[in-house]
Design a protein around this ligand. Structure first.
Ligand code: TTP
Ligand code: MG
Length: 387
């Protein structure tokens, strides 16, 4: 059975503002994207929620509900920046992380509990690190699928930590009102109420055949899934965080062979380079990630004076970082990240860029796009043989 953690920050944007200005602590505040009355609530502090204020509510209504509401215009780039840093912390605990929103992620820690301790201990560590680094609280739910992990988070909020094991379903899951299930909106709630289902446990009375007689097949399947507490177990690793382009790979076997690591960096650099060029981007920072077999994860980066996006330039930096910083321990994961990105329309004429090389790379990217990676590898090995 998998061990899946769901992490979600508490009143994320509002809590960041409280850290920036501690006099807001304990007060009803909302974050909005406009100062006029026509805006909506991005999020509300827990104190403001007591007045019935919630995300997406028109600001006007929120002010009506709470006379001394403090309205703050959001610093969205700051929230983004903190979000990235938090996601980086989370990804220190597993290679399998699915970032779901600005303040929420799923982590499959099935394989890493041996290294960091139980899932609960990982949850505790994550909460402690986030508290220490940002003075923010989050809630962590743990279970064997994503549905139950998310529900565990919701049940434990704020500043919570809860694991729902298979034997705990009667205690935590079945008594829930159906609207607590992600994906069950107000319309479904009404339909289900008419059908005599208010709590999840009410679904137990029905077989799939009963459900199909009353509902469309897709909805019946969904209800059956809820009845059986089945949820998606696949944590889908999402590519790169915005603002940077990265690629990383967990090796089939741990290695200490530098040449082999360099060849891995070569294909990672190619991927990063090709994604940069596709978006017409140049990078001014190149970072490598090394995860050793004891799961110690380190990053080394270099800021460049000239922005780059060719495979060979990226590889050159990656290899030199690797050679300078590698420790004498087996490596299990390698990554290459390009950040401090800028548009290629930036005046690159100032930099002595090799035009022909760039054109050649663009052609390769086009072939890759058309025929896939395999074909281009073939082409390159032919080039090698000839040269
Ligand atoms: P949520 O995690 O849904 O909310 P939250 O973190 O503020 O509170 P909770 O403790 O209940 O998790 O969303 C994360 C951030 O995303 C939130 O702080 C603000 C932003 N957001 C919006 O801007 N609009 C919205 O409608 C929602 C739901 C969130
Ligand atoms: Mg949240």
């Amino acid at each position: 059975m998998r061990k899946i953690l769901h992490v979600d920050m508490d009143a994320f944007f509002a809590s960041i503002e409280v850290v920036r200005n501690p006099s807001l602590k304990g007060k009803p505040i909302v974050i909005t994207n406009s100062i006029g009355d026509r805006g909506v609530v991005s999020t509300a502090s827990y104190e403001a929620r007591k007045y019935g204020i919630h995300s997406a509510m028109p600001l006007k209504k929120a002010k009506r509900l709470c006379k001394n509401l403090i309205v703050i215009r959001g610093n969205f780039s700051l929230y983004n920046e903190i979000s990235h840093k938090i996601m980086e912390i989370l990804s220190d605990f597993t290679d399998k992380i699915e970032v779901r929103s600005i303040d929420e992620a799923y982590l499959d820690v099935t394989e890493t509990v041996g290294i960091f301790g139980s899932a609960l201990e990982i949850g505790r560590k994550i909460k402690r690190i986030i508290k220490e680094k940002f003075s923010l609280t989050c809630s962590v739910g743990i279970s064997y699928n994503k549905l139950l992990a998310k529900i565990a988070t919701e049940l434990s909020k704020p500043d919570g930590l809860l694991e729902i094991k298979k034997d705990d379903l009667e205690k935590y899951y079945y008594p829930l009102p159906v609207e607590k299930i992600p994906g069950i909106g107000p319309k479904s709630v009404r339909v289900l109420k008419n059908f005599g289902v208010e709590k999840v446990s009410d679904l137990k009375r029905f077989t799939y055949e009963d459900l199909v007689r009353n509902f469309k097949p897709a909805f019946s399947k969904f209800l059956l899934m809820i009845k059986e507490a089945k949820g998606d177990e696949e944590v889908n690793f999402r590519e790169s965080p915005p603002k940077s382009i990265s690629s990383r790979v967990t090796l089939n076997e741990d290695t200490t062979d530098i040449k082999f690591m360099e060849s891995i960096l070569s294909s990672l650099s190619e991927e990063v380079g090709s994604r940069l060029r596709k978006r017409n981007l140049l990078a001014k920072t190149i970072k490598i990630t090394i995860r050793y077999n004891n799961f110690k994860t380190v990053t080394h980066q270099r800021k460049l004076s000239i922005p780059i996006n060719s495979d060979s330039d990226i590889l050159k930096e990656a290899i030199s970082l690797l050679r300078e910083r590698i420790e004498n321990k087996p490596v299990r994961l390698l990554g290459v990240t390009a950040s401090s990105l800028m548009n290629e329309s930036f005046d690159t004429s100032l930099f002595s860029k090799d035009e022909t090389n760039n054109k050649f790379l663009k052609t390769i990217d086009e072939i890759k796009e058309k025929f896939g990676e395999r074909k281009i590898l073939l082409l390159k090995s032919i080039f090698k043989k000839q040269g």
